[in-house]
Design a protein around this ligand. Structure first.
Ligand code: ADP
Ligand code: MG
Length: 476
């Protein structure tokens, strides 16, 4: 199956050829013809399977068949500045944006990435304008973008609602609604915002929903907001990332973890690496430490201003940063094809997030390596991940950086009795670890275990409760 056979117009085909896309991915092969025909989609596919193009190409194809809408004159719009629409004579000149397509994404980074992808794919169409509306961006700038009356809006839900409330956006002409990473948006507490946005769009719209899972609330919402949708399930979210090799290392304590990370990051086969930490504070401190150690690193997390977040990610994409140390703000959707390695400095809280984190490498058919640094006390967490992915993560030991605690291999006990249950589970792992020193109690506290305070939300400034996530996602 070729892109031409999917029915895309010649200008798009030429752009795809320029981009080196020779064949559609499986999800694209299924989604594109159906979406061109105007069908709703509910899609569940593996990370890195090319979902952006799966909705953007048919959408651009459809938009290119239509006349371009009129632009609000920048002069009239610019005069409004950040103020609400004025009354009287001036009101005649002020027009809300009337997008034809809306893409909702959970994070600002993802919104910018989707906007960039749509610009790339639309290059030869000279017709279509896309803008990103997100929290953390100055209002006057956003009003200026809206005043261009873009055909495509890419937005995070909170900020979009703000602009809808002030009458800056009119969805009367909306034809296509895309929910990217829908499950993530619901996890972040955006359900009411999404319902409100969907409510404001015409019932005649085409809806395309992408989600890593269709369980529970997200499945119910998918059914509710789509009509006679084509269900595309290319690979279950827990399915194996065949092109991503996984490993884990046991660490004794924080110092051991840091030493091992430094050592692993010096591997010459690393093009670029993403290191995940549980907290924003650790993202900063690990990145600082790596820089001091002479490894080119930068941090990315929700305590940073959006400008700094954008600059850091841009530097990563340009290859100016080799190691990005991030919280889960970077776990979803981020596409930097040159990331060869993902490190879990801390394990994620949810097994599902593990799949998304490691999916930041091995993009578009490349191969990647995902390495987790695991404290002995976190083994239950590893089991949960292994159960979820139905894959076991092989344990590796680096000579000179061996853990000193209990052996992982089933070495017979001196007294001939079997090891306890927790020990048995490690049978089969590589041998050669030293025994736990007699009389030394297992370490507690900050022994390389992630602190649970101030875990980062994928978008905002406040960890913790849903209310915090929502408030911060609105960028207030
Ligand atoms: P997903 O949203 O499914 O995680 P993306 O849409 O971000 O994945 O795409 C992952 C990468 O694959 C991007 O770098 C994109 O440019 C690339 N890509 C998408 N479709 C194709 C294709 N048909 N051929 C080659 N590369 C592709
Ligand atoms: Mg995506």
């Amino acid at each position: 199956m070729t892109f031409a056979e999917l029915g895309l117009n010649p200008a798009l085909l030429a752009t795809l050829a320029d981009s080196g896309y020779t064949l559609p991915t499986p999800v694209q092969a299924q989604a594109i013809p159906a979406a061109i025909a105007g069908r709703d989609l509910i899609t569940c596919a593996q990370t890195g399977s090319g979902k952006t193009a799966a909705f953007m190409l048919p959408a651009l194809h459809r938009l290119s068949l239509q006349e371009r809408p009129a632009t609000v004159t920048p002069k009239a719009a610019g005069r409004q500045g950040g103020r609400p629409p004025p009354r009287g004579r001036e009101q005649q000149r002020w027009q809300p944006a009337r997008p034809r397509m809306l893409v909702l994404t959970p994070t600002r980074e993802l919104a910018l990435q989707v906007t960039a992808a749509s610009e790339k794919y639309a290059r030869r169409l000279h017709l279509v304008r896309a803008v990103a509306i997100l929290g953390g961006m100055p209002y006057p700038k956003q009003l200026e973008l809206l005043a261009r009356n873009p055909e495509i809006l890419v937005a995070t839900p909170g900020r979009l609602i703000d602009h809808m409330s002030s009458g800056r956006i009119d969805f009367a002409q909306l034809q296509m609604l895309v929910l990217d990473e829908a499950d993530r948006m619901l996890d972040m507490g955006f359900i009411d915002d999404i319902e409100r946005i969907v409510e404001a769009t015409p019932a005649s719209r085409q809806t395309m929903l992408f989600s890593a899972t269709l369980d529970g609330t997200v499945g119910a919402m998918a059914q509710r907001i789509t009509h006679n949708a084509l269900c595309i399930e290319v690979d279950a979210p827990s399915s194996r990332h065949g092109n991503i090799e996984q490993r884990m290392h046991f660490v004794d304590d924080l110092a051991h973890k840091n030493r091992l990370l430094d050592h692993l990051l010096r591997d010459a086969s690393i093009d670029q690496a993403l290191v995940f930490t549980a907290t924003r504070r650790d993202a900063d401190s690990v990145s600082d430490r790596l820089n001091i150690a002479g490894l080119n690193a930068a941090a990315l997390h929700g305590d940073m201003h959006q400008g700094a977040r954008n600059r850091t990610l841009a530097a990563m994409r340009r290859g100016q940063v080799r190691i990005l140390v991030a919280t889960d703000v970077a776990a979803r959707g981020l596409d930097v094809p040159t990331i060869t390695h993902v490190f879990n400095y801390d394990l994620p809280k949810a097994a599902e997030d593990y799949v998304h984190r490691i999916g930041r490498t091995g993009r578009a058919g490349r191969s990647g390596l995902a390495v987790s640094l695991v404290h002995h006390a976190e083994q239950f967490n590893v089991r949960r991940i292994e159960r979820f992915t139905r894959q076991s993560i092989p344990v590796e030991v680096v000579a000179g950086h061996e853990p000193t605690r209990r052996p992982l291999a089933a070495k017979p006990r001196a007294d001939g009795r079997p090891w306890q249950a927790a020990d048995k589970r490690n049978a089969g792992a590589p041998a050669g670890h030293g025994d736990r020193r007699p009389g030394k109690p297992p370490a507690h506290g900050r022994d390389g275990l992630p602190r649970t305070d101030r875990r980062d939300s994928p978008n905002g400034k406040h960890g913790g409760g849903t209310a915090g996530l929502r408030a911060s996602a609105r960028g207030r």
